[in-house]
Structures are given as structure tokens and as C-alpha cells.
Design a protein around this ligand. Structure first.
Ligand code: CA
Length: 337
């Protein structure tokens, strides 16, 4: 692949703690030689695995950004065995604008992998991850939430990767987040995802959906911060004792396209089911109302099969084709090994 144009002020081999930046070149009307500066903190201490810890893949997903900022401030090299690379926010302009997509190039950062060395800002950063940071890493952690568009039962998540040894390590790491529910998901909305490229490179990839919506509850912040620390302890990168599980984990999956329920028409969405609640096959999970047509009955969105509602629509206004609910089902024991 082409060489990255991104300049890093971090020395990836140097022991100790460094705060630095990735400089991504770009231009705007008032600055021809501008750089988007992406903060990176690295801690290295002796031999051990490398964990790459990421948040702000989507700008409007804040709990992971807070959790990583906290680690960046608090960790010292003697807390570490190996190396931790912390990037609190991959898409800073989107985080500042409270948007999912980058306002600089309109890209969804989680759809631009493996990236492009001479592409837009998002594509250049994805290419840098693909060619420089993923090859350094053993474990890749990408902390998501539902952003403003979806609300999730706070859960650690993963893809069902084909390689069984990789899958086993990912299951154990996902469980170490200590969320009550762990979720196996499918990609129903495009390709070019960050975890898919990291998985393709054989990395142990841990992702999350830490709630969603505009409000982040204290419980979600706590779960994000404690879960991240516990996963790092689990993999031996962070020294300390693993926290015990508060509850046995419940593994659920939504691997069928039909598990993802889309608005058949535009209108006002009335969510009828609490996130995390059980539903029966055919049960109405929400209604779409038509402000301009009081004579029309609302249109029902129904559950394709029995399960739990793992995610629901955030904003009440929906456009035809928006995902309004995701129904998850218990994972068969044989998949978990
Ligand atoms: Ca997300």
C-alpha cells in the first residue's frame, strides 16, 4: 500500500509515557497548509501485548472519549505491561459538532476502511490505522454508543469471526467488559468498518455499544470506564486484579437482516418497547404516526421473531428506511464453545 502522509510525533518504540499528535494534512479556505491534529497518548513498559484503544469513531458517541481521556491522564508507565496506544477521539470535528459523520469530508469513519493514503481526512486516518497502528497492535478496542440516532442496552459487542482461536479470545475479552449483555452483530449498513479490517489482520477486536441518545447516565459512564480497564487487565496490558462479574453474562445475537427493523414510511415514531425488554414474534415494537393525516391509522413496526429489543430509535422523527429497532436472540451454546 501507498505510504501514509500522516506525521506522528509519537515514537512507537520509546518506553515511558508520551502525549503527541497525528498531523493529517488538509486545506480549507483560510489555511492552505493546515493539519487536523489528532491527540494520541502512548504508554510503554517492557515486554507485553499492545492494546490500541479508540473512541470517537463516530463523533456523537461520548462515553468512550471520556473513558480514554481519563486513562490518558491517570495511567503511568508502571501500570503497564507492554504498550497502550490511546486515541480518545478519531473524528474530533464530528465530536465538536455533535455529529456522527465528519463535517470535514462528510464521511462515516466506520465505512472508509482500509482507507486511502491520498484520500480525504477520514480516509487518510483510516489508512494510517490499517498500515501503521493495527500492525503494532494485538488488541484493538473501538468504543461505540448508539450516538444520537439509536439507544442501546449498554453492551460489549463483537462480530462472529470465522477463525476459532481469534473468536475465543474475542469472546473472553468481550465478556471481560462486564456488561450484563454481550451482543454479536451483523453489518447491515455497508462495508469498510474499522473492526472488520482489524479482524482481517487477525487482531483481537473488542467493541461496544454503550447506550446512546444525548444523555449519558452515570451508570453508562461507570460501565464504560470500568469495562475498559477490566478488558485491559484481562489481556495483561494493565496491571491489577480483574473485577468479578456482577451477573452472569447473557449472550445475544442479531445476525439475520430481518432482526434489523426499518421504518416503512416517514413520520413520527412512537417507541412502544423499553430497550432490553422481551418481545414475541409479530409483536408491535413501534408505531409511525402521520402528522398531516389525522385520518390515517399509524403504521406498525413489528418484531420479526421473539427476542429482546437490544436497540431502539433515538429521535422521534423517522425517515423511510431508518433503523428503528433491533431484535436480538440468545446465542446457541455451541457458538460460544
Ligand atoms: Ca457507533
Amino acid at each position: 500500500m501507498q505510504k501514509s502522509q500522516i506525521h506522528s510525533t509519537i515514537d512507537w518504540d520509546k518506553p515511558g509515557k508520551q502525549h503527541g499528535h497525528l498531523y493529517i494534512p488538509y486545506s480549507y479556505n483560510l489555511a492552505g497548509w493546515a493539519n487536523l491534529m489528532v491527540p494520541v497518548t502512548m504508554l510503554k513498559n517492557g515486554a507485553g501485548p499492545t492494546a490500541l484503544v479508540l473512541a470517537g469513531n463516530h463523533g456523537d458517541e461520548y462515553p468512550g472519549q471520556v473513558a480514554i481521556l481519563r486513562l490518558a491522564r491517570e495511567l503511568t508507565p508502571d501500570n503497564i505491561r507492554g504498550r497502550v496506544i490511546l486515541i480518545p477521539c478519531l473524528t474530533i470535528p464530528a465530536s465538536k459538532a455533535m455529529t456522527r459523520l465528519s463535517p470535514l469530508d462528510g464521511k462515516n469513519f466506520n465505512r472508509v476502511f482500509p482507507g486511502n493514503a491520498s484520500g480525504t481526512v477520514s480516509e487518510m486516518l483510516a489508512h494510517f490505522l490499517t498500515t501503521v497502528l493495527f500492525p503494532l497492535a494485538d488488541i484493538v478496542i473501538d468504543i461505540h454508543t448508539g450516538g444520537r440516532s439509536m439507544d442501546f442496552v449498554p453492551c460489549a459487542t463483537m462480530h462472529l469471526v470465522d477463525d476459532l482461536a481469534q473468536r475465543r479470545k474475542m469472546i473472553e475479552g468481550t465478556e471481560a467488559w462486564n456488561s450484563d449483555i454481550a451482543f454479536m452483530y451483523a453489518d447491515v449498513a455497508g462495508t469498510g468498518l474499522l473492526p472488520v479490517e482489524a479482524e482481517r489482520q487477525g487482531k483481537i477486536v473488542i467493541t461496544t455499544e454503550m447506550g446512546g441518545g444525548e444523555i449519558v447516565t452515570p451508570a453508562v459512564h461507570r460501565l464504560t470506564q470500568n469495562g475498559l480497564r477490566n478488558v485491559l487487565v484481562h489481556f495483561g496490558v494493565l496491571r491489577g486484579d480483574k473485577a468479578p462479574r456482577p451477573k452472569p453474562v447473557r449472550w445475544v445475537q442479531a445476525l439475520d437482516r430481518e432482526d434489523y427493523r426499518f421504518a416503512p414510511e416517514s413520520g413520527i415514531y412512537e417507541n412502544l418497547i423499553e430497550c432490553g425488554s422481551g418481545v414475541a414474534t409479530g409483536q408491535t415494537v413501534g408505531l409511525i404516526h402521520f402528522l398531516e393525516r389525522p385520518d390515517r391509522e399509524p403504521v406498525a413496526v413489528t418484531a420479526n421473531a421473539a427476542g429482546i429489543v437490544i436497540a431502539t430509535r433515538g429521535p422521534s422523527l423517522v425517515t423511510q428506511g431508518d433503523c428503528v429497532a433491533c431484535i436480538a436472540h440468545d446465542v446457541p451454546a455451541e457458538v460460544l464453545g
